[in-house]
Design a protein around this ligand. Structure first.
Ligand code: MLT
Length: 255
């Protein structure tokens, strides 16, 4: 991976392929490796840039205070500045979709096309929000084993994928996981933002997603009458791993 200094931290990213830039933003509690199964399908069509969000994977955690989805989006904008890229397609998986929406909110003129993969535009319910804070405290006190036990089986509809996700979760720094939980808890409602989108939008979601059920994707889609939709029967929370060819085809519609 390569690294770049953005907003005072070292941000790691992988870059593959040629064509129109496409930023792929990973979900929680994961890192850029979650996108890897998709890269062979995209690298012939896009200049694919796959960062680790701050505090996760090989990217540094800032030394000061909590951060927001807008801060995570600002890291991506600085990464693009460093690469000399003004406008990009951007697609986010789950929490990466929340970052993608924050990027579109702050830098609409830099978005060429936007993809949401197993994500949603609605904010947390009050119960979900307070659950995130409880989970963050527990991660800092106990480490990641309980989170890996709880989440790895839900990240895909195929149990064969559990070891792939367990390993990815267990290598994350607990402080980065707690930081991401807080950023997710405090994210704004983005449903009303969707009407302002003046670029192509693609939504991809699995009908067997246990973490963000299809109703949340359909709610997002209802605010995006011109978006292209790919519903994947039998697929869970990770279309990039569970159905990479179809997911890549859907993202190619952004160009
Ligand atoms: C993710 O997969 O990124 C998270 O499960 C999203 C969330 O917890 O809202």
């Amino acid at each position: 991976m390569q690294t770049v200094k953005v907003n005072g931290i070292s941000l790691a990213y992988e870059r593959q392929g040629q064509g129109i830039p496409l930023l792929l933003v990973h979900g929680f509690p994961l890192d850029h490796v979650a996108w890897q199964p998709l890269l062979p399908f995209l690298a012939q069509h896009f200049d694919v840039i796959v960062p680790d969000l701050r505090g996760l994977g090989a990217s540094e955690m800032p030394s000061s205070g909590p951060y927001t989805m807008a801060d995570l989006a600002a890291d991506l904008a600085e990464l693009l500045d460093h690469l000399g890229i003004r406008k990009t397609c951007i697609a986010g998986h789950s929490m990466g979709g929340y970052v993608t929406l924050a990027f579109a909110r702050a830098y609409p003129e830099r978005v060429q096309g936007l993809g949401l993969v197993a994500s949603q535009a609605a904010p947390d319910t009050p119960e979900r929000k307070s659950g995130r804070y409880t989970q963050a405290e527990r991660v800092l006190a106990e480490g990641l084993e309980f989170l890996a036990d709880a989440m790895a089986p839900k990240l895909s509809a195929n149990p064969d994928n559990i070891p792939f996700f367990r390993e990815m979760i267990l290598r994350q720094p607990p402080k980065g996981i707690a930081g991401a939980l807080q950023a997710m808890a405090e994210r704004p409602d983005s449903l009303d933002l969707l009407a302002s989108f003046a670029f192509p939008v693609t939504l991809v979601y699995g009908l067997a997603d246990e973490l963000i059920p299809p109703e949340r994707s359909r709610e997002t889609a209802a605010h995006l009458p011109n978006a292209s939709l790919l519903e994947l029967p039998g697929v869970g929370h990770s279309p990039a791993l569970e159905s990479p060819a179809e997911t890549a085809e859907a993202l190619k519609k952004l160009i």
